[in-house]
Ligand binder design. Sequence first.
Ligand code: SF4
Length: 255
Amino acid sequence: MTLSPPLAARWEALLAGLARIADVHPDALLASSMGVEDTLLIHAVAQLPRPLGVFMLDTGRLHPETLAMVDVIRARYGIETRVVHPDPQAVQDHVAAHGEFAFYESVELRKACCGIRKVEPLRRLLAGHTAWITGQRREQSLTRVELPETQWDDTFGLQKFNPLAFWTTDEVWRVARALDVPYNPLHDRGYPSIGCEPCTRAVRPGEDPRAGRWWWEQRDSRECGLHAGNVRATGTPGVRPRAHLSTDITETSTS
Ligand code: SF4
């Protein structure tokens, strides 16, 4: 299958944008939850003349299908996904104090779990790096409707790129299928968004794509701390919307 001219242009712009990120931030790391947005970005990164590191946060609560994608990516692209784990003592202490499923009890306990299993390992990983890249898109949730392609990440203190911010779900899937990008089999079972097994469920056709994430909480609290800036009001230092990726990345090099 070949890409239509508009999608081919979108794909080429993505490749060019990622190449500029790699030039300006050769230490940039691509975050992967092994959702289709992330495997699409891995497919793109694999085409770059200058490689970028890819990582996954293994919270200890992921689906086996998600973990298996590490081998799929290695086999397909020869890319070794760096798998980052939480501090085992912190996990053990939290579970001993609150139980295995405390995240269902309150937003605070859920955020504490995400803090231990996701935020702290990510902070450890990103320390000393100048940029990271995510597969977040505006369409994905209420907390992402104003997501910029480039932002300063106040939470972790480095540049953050969201090169798919303006892509639609349809565009992602059409490009992924046309380019035969490997994808997490959970998508075929109704999971539009990939996360921890006990905090993610399949959604019905037409339902909000993020409806399966922390479904027992209010929609506007459903971020895990990795993207805390999305929950703060737009206009705060954590969210600096800019016009377009191609100029954003050039600006970054001079700022
Ligand atoms: S998504 Fe659920 S299991 Fe995973 S780190 Fe957050 S609260 Fe814990």
